[in-house]
Design a protein around this ligand. Sequence first.
Ligand SMILES: *[C@@H]1O[C@H](CO)[C@@H](O)[C@H](O)[C@H]1NC(C)=O
Ligand SMILES: *[C@@H]1O[C@H](CO)[C@@H](O)[C@H](O)[C@H]1NC(C)=O
Ligand SMILES: *[C@@H]1O[C@H](CO)[C@@H](O)[C@H](O)[C@H]1NC(C)=O
Ligand SMILES: *[C@@H]1O[C@H](CO)[C@@H](O)[C@H](O)[C@H]1NC(C)=O
Length: 196
Amino acid sequence: LDVSGSVWNKLVCCLILTLTARLTLSPSSSQFFEGDSLSLSCEEDDSSAGWTLRRNTTRETRTQCDDWGTSAGSSCNISLSFPSDSGVYWCESREGATSQSINITVSGKMTVILQSPVLPVMEGENITLICRTQTSSDLPADFYKHGSLIIDRPTGHVTILHVSKADEGVYRCNIRGHGESPPGWISVTGQQLQFD
Ligand SMILES: *[C@@H]1O[C@H](CO)[C@@H](O)[C@H](O)[C@H]1NC(C)=O
Ligand SMILES: *[C@@H]1O[C@H](CO)[C@@H](O)[C@H](O)[C@H]1NC(C)=O
Ligand SMILES: *[C@@H]1O[C@H](CO)[C@@H](O)[C@H](O)[C@H]1NC(C)=O
Ligand SMILES: *[C@@H]1O[C@H](CO)[C@@H](O)[C@H](O)[C@H]1NC(C)=O
């Protein structure tokens, strides 16, 4: 057994937390219009683990970025999205370890979407919610949390400063004359480290 260097560090480390990659998505949202571009990446603790992006859709299982996007290292772009890009995305190491996963819905049918952080946000961060139609993110919008109006904005976006646990919940937005978005779930974590 080689207990020197990084192997030993991993053994010690993994008794406490699992070495993992953090999946990021930009813009951070689970809702996209057909034609939007999106960028995913695996932020890794250990690049030697060979993290790659994978996805399941209704048509494919565990396919890698090269099959559906443009990859560079452990990041991946979809420059022109289609409804067939809807699915669950995650990072996976060569040994089969997985990151948290995110669900993405790309639709040509929705009239309004809410772009809100799809992964847990850290307490104290500022977050921005954007309410948009296919062609504009500048229309007046009403934002709801758990069904109650929290704010109406002339510009289609709202920033929540220094989020706390109390900001967790299910949000929607509405653009008059266009309609209501699907729900977006915001979760807030107080922890620096991500445990599996
Ligand atoms: C992807 O699909 C495979 C095969 O159906 C399944 O075993 C796996 O759990 C799916 N992964 C996610 C993250 O849903
Ligand atoms: C993905 O898009 C981002 C932002 O547009 C860009 O900075 C990055 O270089 C692109 N990456 C790839 C792999 O094309
Ligand atoms: C993704 O969607 C599937 C089916 O719609 C659901 O079972 C699963 O819990 C979702 N996962 C996440 C991370 O939201
Ligand atoms: C949040 O926004 C406020 C006001 O714009 C700024 O002072 C603060 O530095 C921001 N906090 C973070 C964590 O970005």
